[in-house]
Each structure stands twice: as C-alpha cells, then as structure tokens.
Design a binder for this molecule. Structure first.
Ligand SMILES: [Zn+2]
Length: 223
C-alpha cells in the first residue's frame, strides 16, 4: 500500500506500507475534499486610441452610445488538481479525495473610450464613469460566482470519495472540472447580465441630457 499525492504530472510518492487493509485505509482517510475557488479582481486599463467607428461594441448591449465606450473582460481560469489517498499496489485500485484549486483572474480588463470623447471633458467623464460601473458589476459578479461555485463544488465532491483505477481518477476529475464546473461558472456569471442591462437602460435617458446635449450631438454626427 502506498500513500500518494498526485499532482497533474501524477507523481507517486511512496511511503512505508501500512498494516491496514486497503479498505480500512480508505475508510480512515480524512473525509473531505479540499476545494478552493478564488477571484483576484483587477483594476481596469484604459485605451483611448481608437475612433468610435473602429470600436467593436459588445453585441449583448444595444444602445446608441455603445460605440463610444466598451469594456472588454477576459476571464482566465487556472486549475490545479491533486489527489490525496491510497493506492493498492496489487490491484491498481485507488481511493482518494480531490484537492482542487481554481484561481480566476481577469486579463485584460480593458475599458475603451472613443478618441472623439477627448474633445469634451464632460462627455469623456460621463462615458468613463458609465464603463467603470460595468467594471464594478463585472468584478462583483465574478467574486460572487466564485464563492457560489466553491460552495457547490464542495457539496458535490464531499459526498463522493474517489474510488477506482488510479490512472483514471485524475483524468476524471480534470474532465469533470472542464466540462461541468467551468460551464457552471459561466452560467453563474451570466446571471449578472440584467444588472448590465439595467445600467444601459438608465444610460439611454441620461445620455441625451448630460453635458448640455454634447454627447447626443456627437452620436447624431456619427449616424
Ligand atoms: Zn453600457
């Protein structure tokens, strides 16, 4: 019997054989998976180099001011899976609990403001503040989703001690994370979409009156 800690490279760490049976050793394992999901929110970078006509708006948003400012967010997911448990040298069977670390970072988190806004500080500030609200909604949504995902993954994995062919356990956990849990993360983040929509709906009304109508004139001039 070997106690092992499997990293992604599936390194076997041997230890002295115990006197216990495989089954007894499995039963004696600390009864819990170790699941950590974290999100490191980022400060937005600013790009004011492109003209309104060259800015690609977010297709999900539908307002006439969308070419003047847009926020791009790409979420990176760094997954580390290890297993802690026992393998039976005789049969190749293993029992283990997964240790999963999922680190989320956003890179880049980029706010683009149309170059034309530089002509009027009031317009630029207005659109900048609007995009920063999208950034705040995004960061809060991912942080909330990460906490929820961690809770759901713990509930799921804590009910299932991994048991089976040693080589397959690691692959199965990784496949499950890629196919099931990262998809669940995307679904949780999408739940914040109504907040973005509400922000844009409010903006539709404001944009015509702020800055003495300058923003409204700029949009008209572009049509
Ligand atoms: Zn918007």
């Amino acid at each position: 019997m070997m106690r092992y800690a499997l990293a992604a490279a599936a390194t076997l760490v041997s230890a002295a054989s115990g006197a216990q049976s495989f089954e007894a050793s499995c039963d004696a394992l600390a009864p819990a998976a170790d699941i950590q999901v974290s999100y490191a929110p980022a400060a937005a970078q600013l790009d004011e180099s492109r003209g309104a006509r060259d800015i690609t708006p977010d297709p999900k948003r539908d307002d006439s001011f969308r070419h003047l400012g847009v926020t791009h967010a790409t979420l990176l997911r760094d997954v580390d899976v290890r297993l802690a448990g026992f393998s039976d040298e005789r049969t190749g069977r293993a029992c283990a609990w997964p240790k999963v670390t999922l680190q989320l970072t956003v890179r880049p988190l980029l706010v683009e403001l149309a170059r034309e806004l530089g002509a009027n500080e009031c317009m630029r500030n207005h659109v900048f503040q609007h995009e920063m609200q999208h950034v705040a909604i995004y960061n809060a949504a991912v942080a909330r989703s990460a906490a929820k995902l961690q809770q759901e993954m713990r509930a799921y994995f804590n009910e299932r001690q991994l048991f089976g062919d040693e080589g397959r356990l690691m692959r199965d956990v990784r496949t499950q994370i890629n196919e099931r849990w990262l998809a669940r993360l995307d679904a949780l983040i999408v739940e914040s979409e109504p907040e973005h929509e509400a922000l844009d709906a409010a903006e539709e009304g404001q944009a015509y009156v702020v800055c003495g109508g300058a923003l409204s004139q700029l949009v008209k001039a572009m049509e």
